[in-house]
Design a binder for this molecule. Structure first.
Ligand code: F0G
Length: 482
């Protein structure tokens, strides 16, 4: 898809793959969509796939696999111990990251469980550019505290800054000096920073963080789940890296880290996870936890077929023509929405298109969950399933008060190589319609609120009959259209 210019001057992402297997989609009528979202407690996690048209909930475990990945899955060696499939994956990670040791785990949060149990002690601090939900939950469960040291640009919804995921290095230094290096469990860098809109950090920033950590003798843990997007952005946005290959960038990132972990539901377009390191002591510390929680060291809870697919997927991640598909489709969607005045996070990042619900639904109080309300409204209007990434995704404080999120985002993930451009245009069309009718949208309130990770299972209801009015307006304007 890379560098193809259109004669008519339009900036259209062109796919460098063809579709050879398809899956039928359902677009149920809006009346059914209203019923379905009520049954799901206005929580898009609880919708059934048969009621969903475009599933933009996540890019986790749902990216399209290549023919080579599917082919490799047929050759898997399922020996419990000493599997050749494991050795292939271990060697691929060694080739890409230059790391000697690899510990398999069934997904990203399993790696977080192991790393947190091994290194986070009560009262310790984990500075990071920004937290991810499961990351913070594991650190807190082990008695640690998360301190975010993101640059000020990172929290601005709209910015021209190309690396909003960068850490504020001065703030990091000051934090370590204030708390004492012995209190720092490790510094975590999340590549392709998820919750601020899939925003990348630069290689230069990693080098600076490394300097600080070296000075204080602190480990860097790299969450490489969204590495593919970040590699693409470093290659295309960082002036000094223009002449580096994707492999060279990946290798330098690995060299700057002490421990790398990843969700292979994202990185490698399959399902699994793992931890890589050159630090023998850290490896031994984590190894016993892998056998305790995940499985034997040559599968770690993963199916061997998926491991084969990850090995090939990792190799394909080193191909710029493969990793540019997500970011370029996302940029297309963001730019189309911007043209119509819809508030979106800019610059476009990886992972998905992020709609700024704080601004979209200014008339709704934040305690009525702007991003959650927008997720429900978009599903009703279109059958497109997005994910709330705002206050519902936060947890209440110890006194039971809401912790309002810095950003209220509706994330529309772009699973790689899954949607066509006309489908993306459909989503844009319905979002624009919703924006023009935003005053019809109202808030939500909890009816069932779990204590931990409430966004997964929580159920809410609309605070008024706004959803019925939205359906009526849709019918008035779209007639009998689906
Ligand atoms: N780290 C990051 C940056 C992630 O985005 C995720 C998952 C994880 C860790 C945990 O990995 O799901 O394999 O256990 N993100 C998914 C998402 C769930 O939808 O953004 P996992």
């Amino acid at each position: 898809m890379s560098n193809v210019k259109f004669h008519n001057g339009e900036n259209i992402p062109l796919e460098m793959h063809k579709v050879r297997i398809v899956q039928k989609l359902n677009l149920v009528p809006i009346e059914r969509r209203l019923e379905a979202i009520s049954e799901a407690g206005n929580n898009t996690f609880l919708l059934k796939n048969c009621d969903v048209f475009m599933d933009m909930l996540t890019d986790s475990g749902v990216n399209a696999m290549s023919d080579k990945q599917l082919g490799a899955m047929m050759e898997a060696d399922d020996s419990y111990a000493g599997s050749a499939t494991f050795t292939k994956l271990e060697n691929k990670l060694r080739e890409i990251f230059g790391t000697e040791f690899f510990l398999p785990a069934h997904q990203g949060r399993a790696c977080e469980n192991i790393i947190s149990q091994a290194f986070v002690k009560p009262g310790t601090i984990v500075p990071m550019n920004y937290h991810f939900t499961t990351t913070r939950a594991h650190i807190v469960l082990n008695g640690g505290v998360v301190e975010e040291v993101i640059t000020a640009e990172g929290l601005k919804e709209n910015s021209d800054f190309p690396f909003k995921g960068n850490m504020d290095v001065a703030q990091l230094s000051a934090l370590i000096e204030k708390k004492g290096a012995e209190k720092i469990a490790y510094v975590r860098i999340e590549t392709g920073t998820n919750l601020i809109g899939g925003q990348p950090h630069s290689l230069e920033n990693m080098r600076e963080v490394r300097e600080v950590c070296k000075k204080f003798g602190i480990m860097i843990v790299l969450d490489a789940s969204l590495l593919a997007d970040n590699l693409y952005f470093i290659k295309t946005r960082e002036e000094n890296c223009k002449n580096m290959t994707i492999r060279e960038i990946a290798r330098e990132m690995a060299d700057l880290s002490d421990i790398i972990y990843f969700s292979a539901r994202k990185l490698g377009c399959a399902r699994g996870g793992g931890i890589c390191t050159n630090n023998r002591e850290a490896f031994y510390k984590m190894r016993e936890l892998v056998t305790l929680y995940e499985g034997f060291l040559t599968y770690g809870g993963m199916s061997v077929r998926e491991m084969e697919a990850i090995t090939v997927g990792l190799d394909e991640t080193m191909d710029e023509n493969m990793i540019n598909q997500g970011p370029q489709f996302i940029a297309f969607m963001v730019e189309e929405l911007q043209k119509k005045g819809v508030p979106v996070i800019t610059p476009p990042g990886g992972l998905g298109c992020h709609i700024n619900a704080m601004k979209f639904l200014e008339h709704i109080p934040q305690r009525e969950y702007r991003a959650g309300a927008l997720a429900a409204a978009l599903y009703i209007a279109s059958g497109v399933r997005g994910m709330e990434r705002g206050t519902i995704s936060e947890a209440r404080d110890d006194n039971g008060n809401e912790t309002f999120a810095n950003m209220e985002l509706l994330r529309l993930a772009m699973p790689r190589r899954v949607f066509t451009l006309s489908q993306v245009k459909y989503a844009v069309d319905r979002i624009v319609w919703l924006y023009e009718n935003r005053n019809l949208i109202g808030g939500l309130t909890f009816v069932e609120e779990p204590k931990i990770l409430r966004f997964f299972f929580g159920k809410l209801r609309s605070v008024s009959d706004w959803q019925i009015k939205l359906v009526a307006k849709f019918r008035e304007e779209f007639g009998d259209s689906l």
